[in-house]
Write a protein that binds this ligand. Structure first.
Ligand code: NAP
Length: 288
């Protein structure tokens, strides 16, 4: 990599960030395309976010990503939000257009592209999603904007949080026309019924992530049907317990690896106006 006097800066803000694959992915893409850009990771929590963003803006950063716990606080610091970021209430990508900061969210785009990449078209179909955290809300928002017809959300029944998810579902339904309902994840009869009419199941909870890889958010494999696509946004392990239960049942499955790749590719396009060379990045960094 040749750093010049004109090298454009991009990067990642969050805490922790040292484990992130994003610097390797973006810098390799810049190198392949011969772009004079660099991507660095900065360990910045919410308490220092404003001062960090002001500084990065002052030095003319081209754009940056946000990871936990900065995705939600960042929405207060941008000048404009894309419709998806406004609905999701969080942003993971900022574009700096000469001091005007646009907040965007590409996690949902990443999930929808990963679904296409796996050979599935879910537009006009029904989705059942487990969890209602940051990743889930981004996926729900993008799926609804893209034309998924209905989404059943299953989440833990915690009084305030459940009501918040219901309010979010109502708002996204009103803005997109996608019918979104919220259920208690403990309601197994409803879960069985939702899966019967769904084309895709998405696990957006932490359940099954290493070191708890023996756990599955669904314990009863008889809830599956062979036409159900079973996806997990977890990528460590590559095959979660949920995915192996579904594969044994004959369901197609995919994990969260390419969601991670395509959320980065969408951010890369925002900053450079060029497509990330995903085939080469997959080969180098995202081997299944
Ligand atoms: P988050 O905001 O903390 O949300 C976690 C969600 O999981 C919440 O809805 C939480 O429920 C639910 N949950 C946690 N433990 C549960 C349990 N035992 N039973 C039922 N629900 C449970 O986290 P996030 O950022 O959305 O991340 C969620 C997962 O997605 C993580 O595994 C993360 O690694 C993965 N992820 C992957 C990508 C990718 O690119 N592939 C991107 C982002 C995240 P409560 O609200 O009730 O606590």
């Amino acid at each position: 990599m040749n750093i010049s006097g004109k090298t454009k800066l991009t990067g990642l803000l969050g805490s922790p960030v040292s484990h992130s694959i994003s610097p390797a992915m973006h810098n390799e893409a810049f190198r392949i395309l011969g772009l004079d850009y660099v991507y660095l990771a900065f360990d910045v929590g919410p308490e220092k976010l404003k001062v960090a963003v002001d500084g990065l803006k002052a030095i003319g950063i081209r754009g940056f990503n946000l990871t936990m716990p900065d995705k939600v606080p960042m929405i207060e610091l941008v000048d404009e939000l894309t419709p998806a970021a406004r609905l999701a209430g969080a942003c993971n990508t900022v574009i700096n257009n000469d001091g005007h900061l646009i907040g965007h969210t590409t996690d949902g785009i990443g999930y929808m592209r990963s679904c296409q990449d796996a050979g599935h078209n879910i537009i006009g179909e029904k989705m059942t999603i487990l969890g209602a955290g940051g990743a889930a809300t981004a996926i729900i928002t993008q799926a609804a904007l893209d034309g998924v017809s209905a989404i059943d959300i299953f989440r833990r029944n915690r009084p305030d949080a459940f009501a918040q998810t219901e309010a979010f579902a109502k708002m996204v339904t009103e803005h997109t026309g996608c019918t979104i309902s919220v259920f208690d994840i403990a309601d197994e009869a409803q879960l069985k019924s939702s899966l019967e009419s769904s084309r895709i199941l998405t696990n957006a909870t932490n359940v099954g992530m290493a070191p708890d890889e023996d756990r599955s958010p669904i314990r009863n494999a008889s809830f599956f049907h062979p036409e159900l696509i079973v996806s997990d946004i977890i990528y460590n392990p590559r095959q979660t317990k949920l995915m192996s239960m579904a594969a044994d049942f004959g369901c197609p499955t995919f994990n969260g690896m390419y969601m991670l790749l395509y959320q980065g590719a969408a951010a890369f396009e925002c900053w450079t106006g060029m497509e990330m060379p995903v085939a080469q990045i997959k080969e180098n960094y995202f081997k299944a």
